[in-house]
Design a protein around this ligand. Structure first.
Ligand code: MTE
Ligand code: MO
Length: 298
């Protein structure tokens, strides 16, 4: 079976046309665009997946516009290669690494997780990624590190809405986790889905996946990770802290100030289903929030 990316690449060659003289240099530059396929440990679970079509065309990625179909439309020329990821701050070994090199040092695995957006819709997606704790172990957080702060690439040439005079949110997009949340084995950095690399609209080349938290925590196209001692203020919290908290744990019993969170619309299915506490991952992560003031936990 030809991996899909090679298939497209081949078509690109073919489009050059019969009789076109392909110089070795051109050939090389075309080939350089091809990244090796992701080698990962597949997961065998019995969950009904959202169609790849829906997951790659119904998106929230405000850097590309506010409509659900804007990201796919406006991300076509986005180029995530090469991509340097920097991990700095309260760490003993700061790291600036080419993503492709990093992928050689981590254990890529498939994880089928539910995604629950704060807007009360959900999907089930087979992600490919590695545990965030693997990366944190490489940089060795100091005693002062209490939170992990993530920042999306700032590049208005590629993210048109970052530049907009009318941009109503403060870019670059920022998110954060408590260190123990970040070190939880369910937290992954995803680089692919449905067996392939992430498409730009889904946060290429690397995005956060924290399945027990509302989708807005799942920050896309991450360029910078910092270990910090103070709790970072995330983009939506800064925008409206009454409606969007730092924790943003999925909770059917805690309504958003403007709508209920008890049910969710399953993308691609008819009707609604009940939302589960911590999106169904309470057995795994519930203990992280024991004893916390419920007022703080939203
Ligand atoms: N940088 C950035 N990351 C982001 C967003 C965004 O606008 N910008 N939207 C978030 C929201 S609200 C959701 S629901 C998920 C959607 O991810 P998906 O489009 O891959 O399903 O991405 C999150 N990550
Ligand atoms: Mo969302």
């Amino acid at each position: 079976m030809t991996p899909e990316f090679l298939f497209h690449q081949r078509r690109k060659f073919m489009k050059l046309g019969v009789g076109t003289l392909v110089s070795p240099l051109l050939l090389e530059s075309l080939l350089a665009e091809v990244l090796p396929p992701l080698n990962y440990l597949p997961q065998n679970v019995d969950m009904k997946l959202t169609s790849e079509q829906d997951a790659t065309s119904y998106n929230n990625f405000y850097e590309f516009g506010f409509g659900k179909s804007d990201p796919k439309k406006n991300a076509k020329s986005f180029n995530p290669k090469p991509w340097t990821l920097s991990i700095t701050g309260e760490v003993k070994k700061p790291l600036h690494i080419e993503l492709q090199d990093l992928l050689g040092k981590v254990k890529l695995q498939e994880r089928v997780y539910r995604l629950r957006c704060v807007e009360a819709w959900s999907m089930t997606i087979p992600w490919i990624g590695f545990e965030l704790r693997e990366l944190l172990a490489m940089v060795q957080p100091t005693q002062k590190a209490k939170y992990v702060k993530f920042t999306t690439l700032y590049d208005p040439k590629q993210f048109p809405a970052q530049n907009s005079f009318f941009a109503s949110i403060d870019f670059p997009y920022v998110e954060g986790l408590r260190l123990d949340e970040a070190n939880h084995p369910l937290s992954i950095l995803a680089v692919g889905m449905y067996g392939k690399r992430l498409l730009p609209q889904n946060g290429a080349p690397i995005r956060l996946v924290v399945p027990w938290k509302y989708g807005f925590k799942w920050i896309k196209s991450i360029a910078k990770i910092e270990l910090v001692s103070e709790r970072p203020i995330s983009t939506w919290e800064k925008q409206n802290s009454r409606e969007y908290g730092f924790y943003a744990n999925v909770n059917p019993n805690l309504p958003h100030p403007r709508w209920s969170q008890a049910y969710e619309r399953v993308i691609g299915e008819r009707g609604r289903q009940k939302t589960l506490y911590l999106n169904g991952y309470a057995d795994e992560v519930g203990h992280l929030y024991e004893g916390m003031n419920p007022k703080e936990l939203y």
